[in-house]
Design a protein around this ligand. Structure first.
Ligand SMILES: NC(=O)c1ccc[n+]([C@@H]2O[C@H](COP(=O)([O-])OP(=O)(O)OC[C@H]3O[C@@H](n4cnc5c(N)ncnc54)[C@H](OP(=O)(O)O)[C@@H]3O)[C@@H](O)[C@H]2O)c1
Length: 285
């Protein structure tokens, strides 16, 4: 029986990235839908749960993607509500690679270290990756701040994280790189989650701050999010700090993403979200 992965994307067009990784993770066919919302997902879910017998349903799975974390979470809730009894299939939420990227980054930071009581700043943390990274750092016991260029956006992201995970990061407005440099003063961990190709910090901003121990940057496209590092850095010592660049994080992210897709087809009752994907990342690190 063919393994079918239905890609429900909250953006207008289904992601090519998630399509490729769907195949690489073991799906025989990836079927993408764009513009999926809680109000139009019902019939799409019904088609996945009413078509195969109880022992066959594990060959059908749903992947939720798109560039908006809140929309992804709402879609996951709507999909889960449509399930009843044994009429369900396994689902994974990974809006813009949020869970897999944040899990791969934080798991590598936490490997062999206790992040508890460390101060962490997630720069430009209002996107899907930053919101999940902030949540996972808080789960590790770090005291987390999250920056945005706009205070209300930082506050909204922090409230969303609190509603889902029970931990409230501290919202910080940081309009430019000078303000972000001020925001990382006293921090032990800097996690850069800014948009692709956007430099958030100059090299001098972090090199001169003695408290910083760990830096992760998710942006692989030059200019990198943190100047003075390399995308390939993987636990690289620079100026006495341990650095993870986007490709240093990305190798585990891809491995993890593929492994999670494979896991979806093992049973029909799984929900792979931040906690499950992070547990898998820690096991793979
Ligand atoms: N390494 C990997 O394997 C991997 C996998 C997936 C994604 N990524 C990367 O992870 C990063 C985060 O992804 P995402 O989807 O969460 O990001 P995103 O939503 O595109 O952007 C994150 C935040 O960046 C801020 N931002 C946008 N333009 C900016 C500018 N000109 N100056 C300063 N801040 C700006 C915005 O925050 P405010 O408007 O609130 O300031 C935005 O919410 C991206 O660089 C992405 O390419 C890496």
């Amino acid at each position: 029986m063919k393994k079918l992965l239905f890609l429900f994307d909250t953006d207008p067009m289904p992601s090519t990235f998630d399509t490729v990784v769907g195949y690489d993770g073991g799906a025989d066919r990836v079927i993408g839908y764009g513009g999926v919302t809680p109000s139009n997902v019902g019939a799409l879910v019904d088609g996945t749960i009413f078509t195969r017998g109880p022992n066959e349903k594990r060959h059908t799975a749903i992947f939720i993607g798109g560039g908006n974390m809140v929309a992804g979470e709402q879609l996951l809730t709507a999909v889960s509500k449509r399930f009843f009894g044994s009429f369900r299939v396994s689902v994974m939420l990974d809006s813009n690679g949020s869970n897999t990227t944040a899990a791969a980054g934080v798991a590598q930071l936490a490997k062999g270290r206790d992040l508890g009581s460390m101060k962490a700043v997630v720069l430009a943390g209002t996107g899907p990756v930053g919101m999940r990274a902030a949540a996972l750092l808080a789960k590790e016991g770090a005291v987390v701040s999250l920056t945005s260029r706009v205070k209300q956006r930082a506050e909204a992201a922090c409230r969303t994280i609190e509603a889902r995970f029970g931990a409230l990061p501290h919202p910080v407005e940081a309009i430019d790189s000078e303000a972000r440099a001020a925001a990382i003063k006293g921090a032990h961990i800097v996690f850069a989650a800014g948009a692709i190709g956007v430099e958030l910090l100059e090299a001098q901003h972090w090199q001169s701050q003695s408290e910083i121990e760990l830096i992760a940057d998710c942006n692989a496209q030059p200019p990198l999010g943190i100047a003075g590092i390399e995308a390939v850095d993987k636990a690289k010592d620079r100026s006495g700090k341990v650095i993870f660049g986007a490709l240093g994080i990305g190798a585990l992210k891809l491995k993890l993403h593929r492994a999670c897709i494979g896991q979806l087809f093992e049973r029909s009752d799984q929900v792979l979200d931040a906690e499950q994907i992070y547990a898998q990342a820690k096991a793979m690190t």
